[in-house]
Design a protein. Structure first.
Length: 391
């Protein structure tokens, strides 16, 4: 019996309609991002104010994009050989280094953070170059992505030559190059579409990772003495909000349902679906950190004004992201079928954000109760069921 080959060329998966799910290696890879999301949340918890929000949002971009880059490569090219496994392991090491330097990314660890993210993207470039070498028909995509992502990685690496206070500006330029590379790819998306089953499943799994941070926040949250019932109640409400967001994503808007990119006309909807996940994961994480702050408050004490606004805005932003994901599931000609559901999400989001006006004046647990009620309200609309989506 011949021995299996250790090294096999990548296989092009675009256009394939065969059933495909996340591999064990992909799930193992996701574990690194459990740690990365936890580091983001822990850093944000230590500075839950507007300055901390800005730093959290900025750092969330490379963390999420690192995961998305690997996922989009695998949804189009996948061969579970020794070469792919070794490159994945190298990327996991780089992600671990990036996550460990999140706390000091705007301080003493800024150089290490930049170099570790550059290494993550360099490995991705190596994967695209390998795929292009073996698959000439895919070179329009592999060349564009290897050049664009390679240029961004180089900018990240060169940022260490700048003074620490100037590095975030250089990183912003690098992030722009990173994001614009696929956004401006035009017809390449429809020529090499992502796998219609694999990609939504992967994004659903990452959403579960972020929701897991909400659960961890409740479990690790500690009251500060006094009436133990109040922090316990806050914990229960935090779990209900997490459950409502889970329901809203997987049932209310069908976030992890199949998405198809058959023609160039589908690309804007596909990109809306994709990028709406970024404010969603930020909103869920910021909500989880806010719930933990409420659990740690003395009984009936208000949150600081900024914290109240951030927590309220996070729940509202999550609802808006759910609405965008729903909108991306249907062509423009069918938006009338969605008017009621979209209007409900918009009203819930406005009321959620508006809760910030009282966030610093009433007990934190009362703010959480209002946000929980709004989160549960969107479940009621999901019970009506969705119109059949275009496939």
């Amino acid at each position: 019996m011949p021995r299996p080959r250790l090294f096999k060329p990548p296989a092009l998966q675009s256009g394939s309609e065969r059933e495909r799910h996340a591999t064990w290696l992909e799930l193992f890879y996701d574990l690194i991002f459990v740690g990365a999301v936890a580091q983001l949340a822990a850093t944000f918890y230590g500075s839950y104010d507007f300055g901390g929000l800005a730093r959290f949002a900025f750092l969330s971009l490379p963390v999420w994009w690192a995961w998305a880059g690997h996922t989009f490569y695998l949804t189009r090219f996948d061969t579970d050989d020794a070469g792919h496994r070794l490159l994945t392991m190298a990327q996991m090491i780089a992600v671990a280094a990036m996550a460990s330097n999140v706390a000091g990314a705007f301080g003493p660890s800024s150089g290490a953070f930049a170099l570790s993210y550059a290494a993550v993207r360099a490995v991705l470039v190596a994967q695209y170059l390998r795929a292009g070498h073996h698959l000439p028909e895919a070179r329009p995509l592999t060349r564009r992505y290897s050049r664009g992502f390679g240029a961004a990685a180089l900018i990240w690496a060169l940022s260490v030559l700048f003074p620490p206070q100037a590095r975030p500006l250089v990183w912003a330029a690098a992030i722009a190059v990173d994001f614009l590379t696929p956004i401006t790819a035009g017809t390449i998306h429809s020529r090499f579409p992502p796998h219609q089953m694999h990609l939504p499943e992967r994004f659903g799994l990452f959403t579960i990772i972020v929701l897991g941070e909400a659960v961890v926040g409740v479990v690790s949250g500690e009251g500060t003495g006094g009436l133990a019932l109040v922090p316990a109640l806050a914990g229960v409400m935090g779990l209900v909000i997490a459950f409502a967001l889970w329901w809203g994503y997987f049932e209310g808007v069908g976030g992890a349902s199949i998405r198809v990119v058959r023609t160039f006309e589908h690309v804007p909807r596909y990109q809306l679906w994709l990028y709406a996940h970024l404010p969603l994961i930020m909103g869920i994480t910021a909500t989880a950190v806010g719930v933990r702050h409420v659990i740690g408050l003395p009984p009936f004490q208000p949150l600081p004004a900024a914290a109240g606004w951030i927590l309220s805005g996070a729940v509202g932003a999550s609802c808006l992201a759910l609405a965008a994901i729903l909108l991306a599931s249907y062509p423009a000609g069918r938006y009338r079928e969605l008017r009621g559901r979209l209007a409900a999400y918009l009203v819930i989001a406005i009321l959620g954000i508006g809760t910030g006006f009282i966030g610093g004046r009433v007990p934190g647990v009362a703010v959480l109760a209002i946000l929980m009620a709004l989160s549960v309200a969107q479940i009621a609309f999901s019970l009506q069921g969705l119109p059949a989506a275009e496939q």
